[in-house]
Ligand binder design. Structure first.
Ligand code: ZN
Length: 362
């Protein structure tokens, strides 16, 4: 094992994209996690003995931890990183230092993300400033950072430019196709007149706007349907517009099948207090399967996707604009190429190993 990833929330896509020579420890599982996927992989629940065992592996070169702006996870990550630094030299067969890396996609402004006590005019700014400084200082423990979007890179440079100057970093947006499970899918071929909404139907994912825009778009009259694949099914789905159906907790294989056949994926995310869309898995998965994607400018990838022929960007929370976006997404995609260049998780890990190898002089 050359790399160890400690992942806060295990989901199926994390296992599907695992590069070779990687082991994975997870602290919790998402509802969409398909256990059969990791039956033959080095994937197990996090425990301190499991981490110590991994740190004894002489082949281990790199530890990937959660990103700094995910505060609770980052506090845990610092403990893992410090343990690696302290323990590693004590194992006789594994004296090589383990580098620490992170993949950062947080797109909500760091000042907003770390703000505390907004109603306290004196205490609030002081505590928020201290949190910002402490987060920047703790980032000095990182050897390498890869940003998953231009939006995330700009956010971190604004807040932590001084800390990043001491760390190797790069922007490597995710690869947008083909799917690592299904292989290449013909995006130009005949598709079912279906719009997919993948995920929990919440306000921040723009579900309310989507329902209103769906009615406004007149899609049902034109023979289209909207399918909601809700992994949890925690809330009632009464009073949905005509043409909208809900599938609760579909197995992973069914999600891939839906993505291979549906024409459009909708991910109309809106900003909420304390939350902003980072990348959006439905966007990545939709494009990986040749779907057209209608989304909003809230994703951190929006600056990277402006010229993508399969992507329709709309204004967040604007029902008229979203209805117009749905109509455009349901029409055949215009010809053209995007300058977008994406990277697999394997590419990211290879970049980290190169970066920390160069630093070590190996
Ligand atoms: Zn697939």
């Amino acid at each position: 094992m050359r790399t160890l990833r400690i992942v806060p929330h295990l989901r199926s896509s994390v296992v599907e994209e695992m590069p070779p020579d990687q082991a994975l420890l997870f602290t919790s599982e998402r509802d969409d996690t398909d256990v059969s996927l990791y039956a033959h992989r080095d994937v197990r629940p996090f425990s301190w003995p499991a981490l110590v065992r991994a740190l004894r592996d002489p082949e281990l070169e790199l530890l990937e931890v959660a990103e700094p702006l995910w505060t609770a996870e980052w506090v845990r990550a610092l403990r893992y990183a410090v343990l690696a630094r302290l323990l590693r030299p004590r194992f006789p067969r594994s004296r090589r230092r383990v580098a620490v890396a992170t993949y950062a996609i947080e797109n909500l402004d760091a000042h907003d993300r770390l703000r505390r006590f907004p109603d306290r005019p004196l205490l609030g700014p002081v505590v928020s400033r201290l949190r910002l400084l402490a987060t920047g200082a703790s980032m000095l423990l990182l050897d390498a950072v890869v940003f998953g979007t231009t939006g995330a890179a700009e956010n971190h440079r604004r807040a932590f430019g001084w800390a990043l100057r001491r760390t190797r970093h790069a922007v490597l947006p995710p690869r947008l196709g083909p799917c690592s499970v299904c292989g290449p899918v013909d995006g130009a071929g005949e598709r079912e007149p279906t719009v997919l909404f993948l995920g929990t139907p919440s306000e921040r994912k723009g579900f309310g706007s989507l329902m209103a825009a769906w009615e406004l778009s007149g899609a049902t009259d034109r023979g289209w349907r909207l399918l909601v694949a809700d992994p949890e099914g925690a809330r009632e789905h009464d009073g949905l517009p005509t043409g909208v159906t809900v599938r609760v907790a579909p197995p992973r294989a069914e999600v891939h099948a839906l993505l291979r056949t549906a024409a459009v994926v909708a991910m109309p995310s809106v900003r909420r207090p304390g939350w902003r869309e980072q990348i959006g898995l439905p966007l990545v998965e939709g494009l990986a399967h040749g779907c057209r994607v209608v989304t909003t400018t809230e994703t951190g990838l929006a600056p990277d996707l402006g010229d993508h022929p399969q992507v329709v960007l709309t204004a967040p929370g604007d029902v008229d604009d979203l209805a117009d976006g749905l109509r455009r997404a349901m029409a055949p995609a215009p010809a053209g190429m995007s300058a977008y260049s994406g990277h697999t998780k394997g590419d990211v890990v290879a970049w980290w190993l190169d970066a920390v190898g160069a630093r070590r002089g190996t």
